[in-house]
Design a binder for this molecule. Structure first.
Ligand code: XMP
Length: 511
């Protein structure tokens, strides 16, 4: 790594990943590490940021790591809990707040000529979320800014590059948050902002070249953004030694297998399309339970992939499109494991291809960064902007058992909906969209005939990471048109409904 790095110490705040993303938006590479596993090589980092936390500094089991190796030795910024802990650790006092401050607040006293707050205007809106307050500043502390309810909203420790803010600079509602982060990192800590998508591509390609040499690598393409960008990076590094496999499980969108395969071939990838639809449909026959379906699909995918990987002679590596949120070690505020709502990850035995060495070129990137890296390699905009699509595909959007006829109906319905979103310029405003085939028939009338046919639900959500989501307020005119088109064009459907549930308490998929 030839770039300056920033260490983000995570105390379990829901916003920690946002801090990392904001820092990276400044073209500065940042890494998240849990408070109880702070790397021993702090000298490798140019600056350190302490995150917020759901904890109280005053509680018995609060997170109190030793900061001796960091404070006063490295430029250090404490955010929310980070600011409180810094005060607590350095001779200040934290107490329960009389007025809890959640949400909007304004900075109403700002220290002049202070590089940390350069460009931040009087009254600047900041976002608060805390119930404790810093009652007295640490030894050598100097007040830098206040809000109406919080006197010590920003402070520094004199003689050191140590700063602290009670508010969250990482959320968009903090108007000058990014400016403050930039002041701290670039002006105060002298971090070089040179971590750009182009630099990432050229360095990653060089690293992959020296790591892989003349070795062969196999990679499963899914049609999604991550696997496609990972393939492109590897293709640039090792060309024909990258063997891509794109499996048709028969549960993709209409025409997707052929169109995506053509697109991959157009990108110059060495890709083999494997049509295993029949094998998947056989395995799904008679299954209606969502988890059973997922398991069957996972099992068959592994079998098919294993068969294909065996046909590549002397392959030694398996490439995966793993991204940063999959590998960040998270701090659990409760200490307990979270309940499994859906088994998103395929389960099964350990087939031969899984014994290969693993290469994960996107392991350091967030999803939006993967897209930017793809764009800097001039990959197709439509491919990079594609909505997420679940691995088990339409199988979990056909409630109940799956037949070839039901798949056909849903593919048609889905195509009308998605094409409609595109032609009404709504596709890019929606995070994910699709249709669900319900296991009920309803009575209708077409011409003079009574019909008794399927009901479909349409779902369109906005989200940033799929963890929470809200339904999209699509124009009535659009819904009216799509509903008419579906009922007129798709044989077997006589009713369309629109899903207006948020997640939580619902989930994005119905199964
Ligand atoms: P839920 O339904 O849990 O979905 O709100 C959140 C996101 O995950 C996707 N999803 C899956 N992805 N295998 C996948 O690869 C699965 O079994 C699976 N189930 C849900 C869903 O499409 C949404 O983007």
């Amino acid at each position: 790594m030839q770039h300056d790095k920033v260490l983000i110490v995570d105390f379990g705040s829901q916003y920690t990943q946002l801090i990392a993303r904001r820092v990276r938006e400044l073209n500065i590479y940042s890494e998240i590490h849990p408070f109880n596993k702070i790397p021993t090589n702090v000298d490798d980092y140019k600056a350190v940021i302490l995150s917020g936390s759901p904890m109280s500094v005053r509680s018995e089991n609060a997170f109190h790591p030793d900061l001796t190796a960091i404070r006063g030795k490295k430029p250090l910024l404490g955010v929310c809990y980070g600011a409180q802990y810094l005060a607590h650790f350095s001779g200040g006092e934290v107490a329960e707040s009389n007025t809890r401050e959640y949400g909007r607040a304004n900075l109403n006293f700002i220290q002049e000529n202070e590089p940390f707050l350069e460009g931040v205007s009087e009254g600047s809106q900041v976002w608060m979320s805390h119930s404790d307050t810093i009652k007295s500043l640490p030894t050598n502390g100097k007040l830098l800014a206040s809000t109406h309810d919080v006197k010590n909203a920003a402070y520094k420790i004199e003689g050191e590059s140590t700063y602290a803010i009670q508010f969250h600079p990482e959320v968009y509602h903090s108007k000058d948050g990014k400016q403050i982060l930039e002041n701290f990192l670039v002006r105060i800590a002298s971090v070089n902002p040179d971590w750009t998508p182009n630099a990432f591509v050229s360095e990653t390609v060089d690293e992959l070249k020296s790591k892989l040499g003349n070795d062969k690598v196999v990679l499963g393409l899914s049609g999604g953004v991550d696997s496609s960008v990972a393939a492109m990076l590897l293709h640039k590094a090792i060309g024909e030694n990258l063997y891509c496999i794109f499996v048709n499980n028969g549960l993709l969108r209409k025409n997707e297998f052929t169109s995506v395969l053509e697109q991959y071939e157009g990108m110059g990838l060495n890709v083999k399309g494997v049509d295993a639809s029949a094998r998947f449909l056989d395995a799904l026959a008679g299954l209606s339970d969502p988890e059973e379906k997922r398991k069957a699909i996972g099992r068959v995918f592994i079998e098919v992939f294993d068969d294909e990987a065996h046909q590549i002679q002397d392959v030694t590596w398996l490439a995966q499109g793993t991204i940063y949120p999959d590998v960040i070690e998270s701090v659990s505020a409760t200490g307990g494991p979270s309940a499994t709502i859906k088994s998103h990850h395929n389960v099964g035995g350990l087939p031969d291809f899984m014994k290969l060495k693993i290469v994960e070129p996107l392991k350091a990137l967030f999803k939006d960064e993967v897209r930017r890296v793809g764009a800097s390699m001039e990959m197709d905009k439509q491919l990079l902007g594609r909505h997420p699509f679940p691995g088990p595909g339409l199988a979990i959007r056909i409630l109940g058992d799956i037949t070839a006829e039901k798949v056909r109906i849903l593919q048609e319905v889905d195509a009308v909906f998605i094409d409609g979103l595109r032609s009404w310029n709504l596709y890019d405003k929606v995070w994910q969209a699709g249709a669900i085939l319900l296991p009920v028939n309803s009575v209708g009338v077409m011409g003079d005939e009574r019909t008794y046919e399927k009901v479909v639900a349409l779902r369109a959500v906005e989200s940033t990471d799929g963890m929470t989501a809200d339904w999209v307020d699509l124009p009535y005119k659009f819904l009216q048109k799509v509903s008419n088109d579906i009922i007129n064009k798709v044989k077997g459907v006589n009713r369309v409904v629109y899903d207006i549930s948020s997640k939580p308490p619902a989930t994005i998929e119905w199964e």
